[in-house]
Structure formats: C-alpha cells, structure tokens
Design a protein around this ligand. Structure first.
Ligand code: GLC
Length: 482
C-alpha cells in the first residue's frame, strides 16, 4: 500500500511532545510491513534546515494558492532515511525557515499550517506519488481532508482516502470567520463544515470530511462523545461516531530499552532485573543528592507541568504523602510557573525525600525511568500517554487515573498486586489518588516478592508498534473498500 503521512512534528527532526514520538515510530512500523511504501511530510523548520546532520536535495518547487496569495514551496528530499520510509520537507522561509523560536505559538500559526496542509497535497502531485491513503494528525494538518475533498477531486488524488488522527483535542485550530476567504480560499459550500459558532474550526472540518477519524486509544475514542473530554466537539464527534475508532499507540521499544539504553549507569532486562535496576536507583540518588538507600521506595514523575496532567491532585496530597511515608519523590519537567514553584518549595521543605528537576533532558529522563519504583500519572484526561508505557518497560510500576489510554494500557491490580499491571483510581479526586499510591507502597513494603513479580510483568509487556501498525492497516483497508 502507498501511504503518505503528514505531520507538524516527528522525532528526531522536530518534536514538542508525544505526537513527535508517534510520528517517528508509526511510519517506521508501517514501512516494516511487506508491500508498503511510506513517505512522511514535515515542515522545513529553521532548526532542521540549519542542522548539518540532515542533508537534503531539492526535488521540486511550486506555488501554493492560499486565498488571494500564492506562496512558494520547495520540496526537499532527506538523503539519509535510516528507518525505511522517505522523509520530505516543505521548504518556505517565510513560514518556517527563518523563524527560530518554538515550532508553534506564532500569531499566524493558522495560516502557516493551512499552507503546510495544502503544500503537502501539491507535493504529492509534484512527486507523481499517488498514495492509496493519507494519514494526517491534529489541528495542524486538519485542512488536508478538507482540501482533498474540496479542490483535489479532479486530480490523480481522486481515489486517495484520508485518515485524520486526533492526538490532542484541546487545540483545534480556531480562526475568525474571515480566515475562510482570506487564507483558505475554499468553495463557499465548505463554509458550513468548517464553521463553529461563527468562527472557523479546522479540526471540525477534518472530522466532517475525513474518511475515517481515529484517536490514540480505544477508551479516549469513547470518552470523546462526552462534553467533559471533547472541548466543544462532542456533538460533532457523536454525529460522526460511525467513522471514529481508537487505536492505542505503542512506544519505540528500540529507543526505550533498559538492556541497551546508553544513558543508564547499569543495564538490565525482564529476565534479570537486579542488580542493574537497583544500581540505577542508587546512582540517581547520589546524582540528585538524596540519601542513598536501595530500600526506600522511589516515586517518579516525568511530565510537562500542565494542568491536565493532574498536578493539582499531586499538589494537594504531596505534603501528607511526604510526612506519612518513608518514600522519595523525583519529578522532572517544565511548564506552568505555579507548579514549578510548588515543586521547588516542596524540595526545600523535604530535601531528604524530594528532588524537583525543573528541566527537560532525555538522558536524565531515562535515568529516572530506570531508577524509579513507582510512576505517578494522575492525568485528568489522557488521549493515550506514552510515559506510563516507558515506565513499565523500565520496570517502574504505574499508578494512574483510569482514563483514556491510561485505562487501556494499565489494567488494575487487585489489593495483593496480582493480575494487573499497576494501580488505578476511577474518579478524579486527590484522596482516591492517595489511596492508589498507598496500595502500591503497601505492596512494596509488605510483599516485596509480589511487587517484584508485578515489576517483571510490566517489563514483559509488548508495547511495540507492530500490533498498532496492523490496526492502522486494517483501518486503511476499510477506507479503501468504501
Ligand atoms: C498527545 C496526547 C498524548 C498522546 C500523544 C501521542 O500528546 O496528549 O496522550 O500519547 O499525543 O499520541
């Protein structure tokens, strides 16, 4: 099958969050399937353009019509593509090449990514690569299914099907009504499908026009029918429920592998967890200036410090937890100032127990995954979540709010720590979170053999991308059969 994937980020080229990880691993997994030809389109951001590791060659140039303007596009082919799929960059200095800040957050993001979406379709035509399916992601590429239906139905793309995947419904790509004529330049009959309360909402347009809509876990696909989760799009999604499915993400098990991870001071595997994992713990305690004791349970959290990650629950119980338990807490992340301050103060108050690393660093994150015993992830909502899977892969037992992908990837243990993969709580409430942490600590303290068996079970899970990639293939075939 010929598959084109369009995204605003993909590791290692450009990444701001989980989408970037998925866009690294999913194209690779799809291209491992026999008979597939996969290409990935990304914007040629300044930091890609100026990175000498990424050598490219220009293979086409064309003009992209955006409302009344025409914008230049260069199509650059990445010469060394080690993962089995071809990467192309859309080159435009005005929108991407000369901006040196973060990849999102400019005033004209709506226009930048509408341009990128249209340029991807024009690039596909320029390459004379007629894909069977286009898979696109989040609001940044939401205009692809709309343009495909509205203005490309007379091109060789007339039989190409389009899957739209929602990784984060909070960011929908809102613009005021004039954006429709001024920037998008679509036939008037498409106004309705993009209109939401008098404004333009590109994610709504994608849901209405894509052949299939997917999201990144099965539970989240069901949750999106409810106002609590859908940020205003519940009605639209409920109306399109027939074409909405959830496919739970995987993680890159090559990158996240405690047997080979070069960031770790000691290596280990499910077959032989200790002493490697204990050595990782004592080394981290030393590194962070915490009392060195392999028996002290270590709780960890690696997260963006954003409200929906459930930090308010942790803030509410953190002091009680530190007073009552002989446990350590290591947190890494940056984000909202109120949380950065809270965790800095918590560290000051409990220097023997808490280490707050207000930073982000891949090497340190790996060492923390490996050192931990318990991974805290109380997210208010979580489309999929990848870090709970990374944690399990490194033998760190998750304690999670049973929502979205957390519910799908962490089946709950009973009191004795049997059967499941971690400890969960149902309602978004700090005392329930506390109770789940307490059950996990009890197991660690009173039944170490039981805790170690659970840890091993977590490490033995197959969180790789091969199975999810097969589900994507089934969904692609379903679209093609229509
Ligand atoms: C977004 C979601 C996260 C998901 C990731 C990759 O970052 O918030 O839950 O794992 O996308 O799909």
């Amino acid at each position: 099958m010929k598959i084109a994937i369009c995204a605003s980020e993909a590791a290692p080229y450009a990444k701001s969050g989980g989408l970037g990880d998925v866009m690294e691993a999913l194209p690779a997994a799809l291209s491992r399937i026999e008979g597939n030809q996969v290409v990935l389109f990304l914007p040629y951001y300044n930091k890609i353009k100026t990175n000498t590791a990424y050598e490219t060659e220009q293979v086409a140039q064309f003009r992209v019509q955006m409302g009344w303007r025409q914008q230049y596009a260069g199509l650059r082919k990445l010469l060394d593509c080690p993962r089995g799929f071809q990467v192309y960059f859309i080159d435009n200095d005005y929108y991407f090449g000369t901006r040196t800040g973060a990849i999102y957050g400019d005033m004209d993001d709506g226009e930048r990514f509408a341009y990128f979406s249209k340029a991807c379709l024009d690039a596909i035509l320029a390459l004379e690569f007629t894909p069977d399916v286009i898979q696109c992601n989040d609001w940044q590429t939401a205009m692809i299914p709309v343009y495909l239906k509205a203005t490309y139905h007379t091109t060789p793309l007339k039989h190409t099907r389009c899957m739209y995947t929602i990784h984060n419904i909070e960011y929908q790509g809102w613009a005021n009504a004039s954006f429709f004529d001024d920037v998008l330049g679509l036939p008037w009959e498409y106004r309705g499908c993009l209109d939401m309360n008098g404004s333009v909402n590109v994610m709504k347009g994608a849901i209405e026009t894509a052949d299939l809509v997917t999201t990144v876990s099965e539970t989240y696909a069901r949750e999106l029918m409810y106002p609590y989760y859908a940020h205003g799009l519940d009605g639209i999604l409920a109306r399109n429920a027939w074409k909405l499915t959830g496919i739970t993400n995987g993680i890159d098990t090559k990158v996240f592998n405690p047997e080979t991870d070069r960031n770790l001071p000691a290596k280990y595997s499910a077959a032989k967890i200790h002493p490697g994992k204990t050595q990782c713990k004592t080394a981290l305690q030393k590194e962070l200036g915490l009392p060195v004791n392999p028996d002290t349970p270590m709780m960890i959290m690696i997260t963006r410090l954003a409200g929906h990650k459930g930090l308010d629950l942790l803030c509410y119980i953190a002091r009680r937890l530190m007073w009552e338990e002989n446990a350590q807490l290591v947190l890494i992340g940056t984000g909202e100032a109120q949380y950065e301050t809270f965790f800095r103060e918590l560290e000051e108050q409990f220097p023997e127990q808490v280490s707050a690393q207000i930073t982000f660093n891949v090497g340190l994150a790996a060492r923390v995954y490996a050192a931990g015993d318990i991974y805290l992830m109380p997210s208010k909502s979580e489309p999929c979540g990848l870090s709970q899977m990374n944690a399990m892969r490194y033998g760190t037992v998750p304690v999670v709010h049973a929502t979205g992908g957390l519910k799908d990837t962490v089946p709950p243990c009973d009191e004795a720590g049997h059967t499941g993969l971690g400890f969960t709580f149902q309602s978004y409430n700090a005392d329930d979170f506390y109770g789940a942490i307490k059950r996990c600590l009890n197991l660690y303290e009173n039944d170490r053999a039981g805790f170690e068996a659970l840890r091993k079970r977590d490490m033995e899970q197959d969180f790789g991308w091969d199975k999810p990639a097969e589900k994507y293939m089934d969904a692609f075939r379903k679209m093609l059969s229509w």
